[in-house]
Design a protein. Structure first.
Length: 317
C-alpha cells in the first residue's frame, strides 16, 4: 500500500520491530506540507470521523454544546460521567437507553472496566465508547422528525447528511461506505482529506458550528477520551488543538492555525499513534513540552522499561 516506516521499537540498543504507516500534515489552505507514505489513498478514519459526524448533527439542528457536545465526538472510556452524559442526551430527546443501537460492550477504559466487572455488571450499549455519538444521532433524528429505529442505515436522512458534511469539510467525495465497529456507517476518505477537515474545524471562526465542535472538544477533553487517554492529555495541554483517535491505528489533529495532521499505522496497532503524532507536531513547530511523555512508549522487560517505541528518523528529523 506504499506505507513507510514511521516508528521503531527498540529493546535496549536492538531494533526489534518497526511500524509502517502513512502520515500527512496540511497547511491552512488544506495543501500537504509533510507527507510520508501515500496520504491520498483512501482509508476508513474510524472514530476520527466523530467530530465530523457531530458537525453534521449540529447542521441538522442538534442543540448540544459544551461537555455533551464533546461526548458526541468521543470514544469515551465508559467512566460514570460519560455514561450519565449519554443517558442525559437521550433523556433530553424523550428517549431511553433502549433506543441505542450501538454494540453492547464493556467500558473502554481499563480502570472503568475493572470497576464495572468488580460490580458484576454486564456489557450494554450505554457503556460502549460510541454511546455519546449514538445518543446524539438519535437526538438529531428526534429534532428532525426522522425515524429512530433505522438511524444506522446509510440511506437514512441522518447518514446522508453526515456523508455530505464529511465531503464538504474534507474537500473530497466519500470513496466508500462501510460499517464501523459500533454499527454506524463509516465513510472512507483520504488521510489528506481527514487532515484538511481537522484543520478547518480547529481554525473555524467563532460563531460557526465548526468552531462550536472544536471549542467543546478542547475545553472538555476528558469527555472526548477519559482518564489516562492521550487525546485527553494532548487537548488539555495545547490550547485550541483538537485530537481524535480511531481504531486500526488512525489519529487526527487540528491546530488553531488551520494546520491538520492525520495518520494511519498500517498494522492497525495503537501503540505508535501518539508517538508519531508528537513527532509530526514537533516538525510543525508546535511546543509539545507539556506532553513530552507521549513522545515515546516504554518497551517493558520484567516489568520495567528496557527500551521504547520511538518515531522513525524520517519523522524525528
Amino acid at each position: 500500500m506504499g506505507h513507510e516506516v514511521v516508528a521503531e521499537v527498540w529493546r535496549g540498543d536492538f531494533l526489534e520491530s518497526v511500524h509502517h504507516g502513512t502520515v500527512v500534515a496540511t497547511d491552512a489552505s488544506g495543501a500537504p506540507v509533510l507527507s510520508v507514505g501515500r496520504p491520498d489513498d483512501i482509508t476508513f478514519p474510524r472514530s476520527s470521523n466523530k467530530p465530523l459526524q457531530a458537525l453534521a448533527m449540529l447542521r441538522g439542528g442538534l442543540g448540544l454544546d459544551g461537555p455533551l457536545l464533546a461526548l458526541a465526538c468521543a470514544s469515551h472510556s465508559g467512566e460514570d460521567f460519560h455514561v450519565a452524559g449519554a443517558l442525559e442526551i437521550l433523556s433530553s430527546a424523550g428517549l431511553g437507553e433502549e433506543a441505542l443501537r450501538c454494540t453492547p460492550d464493556l467500558p473502554l477504559g481499563e480502570q472503568a472496566r475493572a470497576r464495572h466487572l468488580a460490580q458484576g455488571l454486564a456489557a450494554a450499549p450505554k457503556y460502549m465508547n460510541c454511546s455519546g455519538k449514538h445518543a446524539a444521532m438519535l437526538a438529531t433524528c428526534v429534532v428532525n422528525g426522522w425515524s429512530t429505529e433505522d438511524y444506522l442505515d446509510p440511506a437514512h436522512p441522518l447518514q446522508v447528511a453526515t456523508r455530505r458534511t464529511i465531503e464538504d469539510v474534507a474537500g473530497e467525495p466519500v470513496a466508500q461506505v462501510g460499517v464501523d465497529g459500533c454499527g454506524a456507517p463509516i465513510f472512507a476518505i483520504s488521510l489528506t482529506g481527514l487532515a484538511r477537515a481537522f484543520g478547518r474545524l480547529a481554525s473555524a471562526a467563532p460563531g460557526t458550528l465548526e468552531h462550536r465542535v472544536a471549542a467543546a472538544m478542547n475545553a472538555h477533553p476528558e469527555w472526548v477520551g477519559g482518564t489516562g487517554r492521550d487525546v485527553t492529555a494532548l487537548m488539555g495541554a495545547l490550547p485550541g488543538v483538537i485530537a481524535k483517535d480511531g481504531a486500526e491505528g488512525v489519529y487526527a489533529v487540528g491546530l488553531p492555525s488551520g494546520e491538520g495532521v492525520a495518520l494511519k499505522i498500517a498494522d492497525g496497532s495503537s501503540r505508535a499513534r501518539a508517538v508519531v503524532v508528537i513527532a509530526v507536531l514537533k516538525r510543525l513547530g508546535v511546543d509539545v513540552s507539556a506532553v513530552e511523555d507521549l513522545a515515546t512508549v516504554p518497551v517493558l522487560g520484567h516489568g520495567r522499561a528496557v527500551g521504547a517505541v520511538k518515531p522513525s528518523l524520517a519523522l524525528a528529523g
